[in-house]
Design a protein around this ligand. Structure first.
Ligand SMILES: [Mg+2]
Length: 393
């Protein structure tokens, strides 16, 4: 392994490569960073079996580096050691926060024996993300590491993503969103309850269900029963008052344009979810069906209840039907009944979520920070500008 550093200028790579070609040496791995006028470059070279090849290559490389005014260091490894060097267990950490919070996250990384291999920073969509490639070979307990940094990001109220570095990381294809308190900035059922004059009773039941304190199906039927007698005009009024979460429209327009399949899977109600599907041109919607008779709610839910298990089943079935591996599936949700589907997705995003989701999710996003999903998915502002201009006549 050869590392080279010094003042950068054109022609360095070419001069070094000429030297390697002359000695018939193959590059196994290479990396370079240049900042301002400073260069950092490394090669892993295969010197073959002959003992003296190494000596003459290194002699010539040292001479060339000296000529170019560069500092060169090298280390010899056996083939088995090289395999170990290359076979790293890598994670990617995206962080959205200030220096003080970055210092706190870095302290945990040091504490857990994580080695930071590269750091880069990107600014788009009015926010900056710091991306680190982490080597976790020496980490004793990955679950604990993940748990610690997710909890810390929550405590700091800074967004953070922690994903395994793999081929599909920036190549997601299917995204499912929860509806209430995720895609929309409200709990639709609370608005319905308000109209039915049962706001407090329903809010209490909703809160318990979101905490996972009792069976979702049971709680749903209790709440819907309280809505009995509401008319279609009430549903319409609530529908017209739906507030999308900040950044949702931009995000979905771009994702759509970029070819993602998008869906809603919600324990909320079909009447509202279908409306969002049309408004946002989504591909799928799965929701609970409110029974209406002569334009009045009967207080019953029709068909199979969409609860946590059903949400997870729908996500994996849809992925199956589209022949998309789960590694390429993203799920965004905020509640206890999103836990199962978040856990099985390639990327699970907890949006302004309660504590329990942090441990399952790869990404913890604060309120009104949908825009950060662009960074996590590796979508730049240029991608988005093109997407938005595409919509204009
Ligand atoms: Mg929700």
């Amino acid at each position: 392994m050869v590392t080279i550093s010094g003042e950068d200028r054109p022609g360095i790579m070419s001069a070094l490569l000429d030297m390697l070609v002359r000695h018939d040496v193959e590059i196994v791995d290479v990396g370079q960073t240049a900042l301002q006028k400073m260069l950092g470059l490394y090669f892993v070279l295969d010197l073959g079996q002959e003992a003296n090849t190494g000596d003459s290559v290194m002699k010539d490389l040292l001479f060339k580096a000296n000529q170019l005014g560069l500092t060169l260091n090298f280390q010899l490894f056996q083939p088995t050691e090289i395999e170990h060097i290359q076979n790293h267990n890598h994670f990617v950490l995206n962080f959205f926060g200030d220096t003080k919070s970055l210092a706190e996250i870095s302290r945990i990384l040091a504490d857990e024996h994580v080695n930071i291999e590269t750091i880069s920073s990107t600014i788009h969509h009015g926010s900056r993300s710091i991306e680190m490639i982490l080597n976790v070979d020496d980490v004793a307990d990955l679950t604990r590491l993940k748990h610690r940094i997710m909890s810390k990001s929550r405590e700091l109220k800074k967004d953070l993503g922690f994903q395994r570095q793999e081929a599909y990381r920036k190549n997601k294809r299917l995204i499912f969103f929860d509806m209430d308190s995720t895609l929309v900035d409200m709990e639709v059922i609370d608005e319905l309850a308000d109209r039915a004059g049962v706001k407090r009773e329903v809010a209490r039941l909703t809160e318990k269900a979101m905490r996972g304190d009792f069976d979702f199906e049971e709680s749903l039927s209790q709440r819907v029963a309280l809505l009995k007698g509401l008319g279609i005009e009430d549903l319409k009024a609530v529908r017209d008052g739906i507030r999308l979460s900040e950044g949702v429209e931009e995000l979905l327009t771009s994702l759509k344009w970029l070819g993602y399949k998008l869906g809603i899977v919600t324990g909320g109600f079909d009447y509202f979810a279908e409306h969002l599907k049309n408004k946002l041109s989504l591909d799928f919607v799965y929701a609970n069906k409110l029974e209406l008779k002569r334009g009045v709610l009967t207080g019953k839910v029709l068909g199979k209840v969409v609860d946590a298990a059903e949400k997870a089943r729908i996500v994996s079935q849809t992925a199956c039907d589209l022949a998309i591996p789960m590694d390429q599936v993203v799920v965004v949700g905020d509640g206890a009944n999103d836990k199962l589907m978040l856990g099985q997705a390639g990327l699970g995003i907890a949006y302004n979520a309660n504590k329990g989701l942090d441990q399952i999710a790869n990404v913890s996003l604060g309120y009104a920070r949908f825009i950060h999903i662009f960074h996590i998915l590796g979508i730049t502002e240029e991608d988005m500008d093109e997407a938005v201009s595409c919509k204009q006549p």
